[in-house]
Ligand binder design. Structure first.
Ligand code: TPP
Length: 644
């Protein structure tokens, strides 16, 4: 029997002889590689902390002790050791366990996450709660070096550091965010990790202090300690954390599980805020070669023997790729254009621009708020920043969008990838809120393209627009090249080159199909299922108008006025929450302007959404062609029953 087969919970891990821990880790590593080869997921991050998670499982007593994993994407070993090994093959699958940690999934998931930088604050909250309640247990925050680029991590550290409360921070330093980590903190940590002088000096000082201790006694001992402290402050690692009020330990080898257990056991005995700096290698043991480290942070299903991706389904390219390629093409035409990403060059497709224009590309770390205000600063000086951030992560920057960009009417272009239902990352990553949050920003132009060509056309329009901020949203999906007219530009499925696409005229909608029974006002990627729904309804004798509402704000008054003249029922189709969404926005405008017209918002109801393929998530809320047709049918029947 393998060791892993005997692990059903933390008690089994603790019962294992220490010398067997390396073998257990080897089995865990293989298990993760095998399972994630078919589910896909954050394999690189998780492989990096196999030993760390195992050591934490041995040393601390969860659920009494609280362990808070930042992001939670690296916690597959934690899941496996806390009784979820059997369910691991359901990872990220509909109805299966989440790819992140969730309080409703296990009592060992002490804090749910998905976004980076929350662990320090949450763990400090738990430590304070413990003290308020007079309890005695440990609180451990495991934070990556990438998360140390988040302002939020420092807000937590600043608050916790001088509190004297008992809190253990484990800094999991692998030199990587998703891409290689950036910034001053990253450089500081790598200096600490690689500078042999630091480590030698520290050892020397320890030896010296002990010798003086033995020879002379306490007065000199205190003096020597003070000398050691001052020297430490000059050259030793961790001085930054010490100044912030945390006792620093490390750096230690994060792949030596027995040494990790020893270090954690010692640190557990101490009091006050303390930090253990652990050096790990992202993706350790993954069968791919070293240069691919960024690519296996998270990975689609792959061959477990070679690590190579399984052949992807054909069809049109992803919206991300269309955006990234177009941006790089537009970069040549617009020397004033710069691109900003918050730690996601490949995820946002902006890596193409980065390669071509490295001096005009800025990866600012996991710092969406800073990215936005940084862009605002650039814009005050006549530079044209394009800020490419996922819809879900831009939530972090809401105040910066309003306070720094919108109020000052600065022409910053926001490109929101992963807008709408996001698929198997699940509830923490849903891009369902950006329509609501962007519509409320004063002076913000809010747009969504129906196809790849229109994404390029909107980008061109955005770059020509100097009156204020401009946002473009698109989903995590394949982008139809040119909806409804594949033969006009390029081959079907292949988006046209940027040079061949004209800017979309500002503030205009496009009527895609005319009918009289109802009008579907579709947003972005919802144009395609709306057209398919219209086809199906036409076969039943219901004729509906379909409008591509590529500008959600400002609305196209001319088209809207014509629509309310000719229709009694307007139905917005939006891949976002209906609460304060596009339908609500239109409804509010038409309530007095056209009180006889009924406006219905068809989108995602106000609740959380579980991980599942995007198509299934859309279907579940009626945003498939069949779901849209069913809603129109039902509403039309209701309307027909009303007196005319
Ligand atoms: C607010 C926010 N922005 C971006 C991301 C996307 N993201 C997920 S993991 C990650 C890198 C985290 O790096 P680190 O904390 O060092 O952990 P590692 O993956 O290296 O273990 C990023 C940028 C996120 N989860 N949250």
């Amino acid at each position: 029997m393998t060791l892993l087969a005997g692990i059903h919970g933390l008690a089994d891990v603790k019962a294992l002889p220490r010398e067997r821990l390396p073998d257990l880790c080897a089995e865990i590593r293989q298990r993760l590689i095998d399972v994630v080869s078919s589910t896909g997921g954050h394999i690189g991050a998780s492989l990096g902390v196999v030993e760390l998670a195992t050591a934490i499982a041995v040393v601390f007593d969860s659920p009494t002790d609280k362990v808070v994993w930042d992001v939670g994407h690296q916690a597959y070993t934690w899941k496996l050791l806390t009784g979820r090994n059997d369910r691991l093959p359901t990872l990220r699958q509909a109805g299966g366990i989440s790819g992140f940690l969730r309080r409703d999934e296990s009592p060992h998931d002490h804090f749910g996450a998905g976004h980076a930088g929350t662990a320090m604050s949450a763990a400090f909250g738990m430590a304070v709660a413990r003290d308020l309640k007079g309890e005695r247990h440990h609180v451990v925050a495991v934070v990556g070096d990438g998360a140390m680029t988040c302002g939020l991590s420092y807000e937590g550290l600043n608050n916790a550091g001088h509190s004297n409360r008992d809190l253990i921070v484990v800094l999991n330093d692998n030199g990587m965010s998703i891409a290689p980590n950036v910034g001053a903190m990253s450089r500081y940590l790598s200096n600490v990790a690689v500078n042999p002088l630091y480590n030698r000096l520290r050892e020397e000082m320890k030896r010296l202090t002990h010798r003086v201790d033995a020879m002379v006694g306490h007065g000199v001992q205190d003096f020597a300690r003070r000398v050691e402290e001052s020297l430490k402050n000059l050259v030793l690692p961790g001085v930054l954390f010490q100044e912030l009020g945390l006792r620093y330990f490390g750096p230690v080898d994060g792949h030596d599980v027995r040494a990790l257990v020893d270090s954690l056991e010692k640190i557990r005995q101490l009091k006050g805020p303390r930090l253990l700096h652990v050096l790990t290698q992202k993706g350790k043991g993954f069968p791919l070669e070293e240069p691919d480290r960024e690519k296996f942070h998270a990975r689609a299903p792959y061959d477990p023997a070679t690590g190579e991706l399984k052949a992807a389904a054909g069809g049109p390219p992803q919206w991300t790729k269309v955006f990234g390629d177009a941006l790089a093409q537009l970069g040549a035409e617009h020397p004033e254009l710069v691109v900003i990403t918050a730690a996601m060059p490949s995820g946002t497709g902006t890596g193409v621009f980065q390669k071509q224009f490295p001096d005009r590309f800025f990866d600012v770390g996991i710092a969406e708020g800073h990215a936005t205000t940084f862009a605002a600063g650039l814009a005050t000086q006549g530079i044209r920043p394009v800020v490419a951030i996922y819809s879900t992560f831009l939530q972090r920057a809401y105040d910066n969008i309003i306070h720094d960009v919108a109020i000052q009417k600065l022409p910053v272009v926001f490109c929101l990838d992963r807008a709408g239902m996001v698929g198997d990352d699940g509830q923490t990553h849903m891009g369902l809120y950006d329509i609501a949050y962007m519509l409320a920003v004063p002076g913000m132009t809010v747009t969504a393209p129906k196809d790849a060509a229109e994404l390029i056309g909107l980008l061109k329009c955005a770059l020509a627009w100097k009156e204020g901020p401009f946002s473009i949203r698109y989903p995590r999906d394949k982008a139809p090249a040119v909806l409804g007219a594949p033969a006009v530009l390029g081959a079907p499925g292949v988006p046209p080159p940027a040079a061949e696409v004209r800017a979309v005229p500002y503030g205009t909608w496009e009527v895609l199909r005319r009918g009289r029974d109802a009008a579907l006002l579709a947003v972005g990627a919802m144009c395609e299922p709306a057209l398919q729904a219209a086809d199906a309804l036409a076969r039943e004798g219901l004729e509906v108008t379909v409008v591509n509402c590529r500008f959600l704000k400002p609305v196209d008054r001319t088209v809207l006025d014509a629509l309310v003249r000719d229709h009694r029922l307007l139905l917005t189709i939006e891949d976002g929450v209906v609460t304060n969404g596009f339908g609500a926005y239109l409804g509010e405008q038409l309530a007095t302007a056209a009180p006889a017209v009924r406006v219905v918002a068809h989108g995602a109801p106000d609740r959380t959404y579980e991980h599942a393929p995007r198509a299934k998530q859309l279907e579940a809320v009626g945003l498939s062609p069949a779901g849209i047709a069913a809603r129109v049918r039902a509403l039309h029947t209701e309307e027909a029953a009303l007196p005319s």
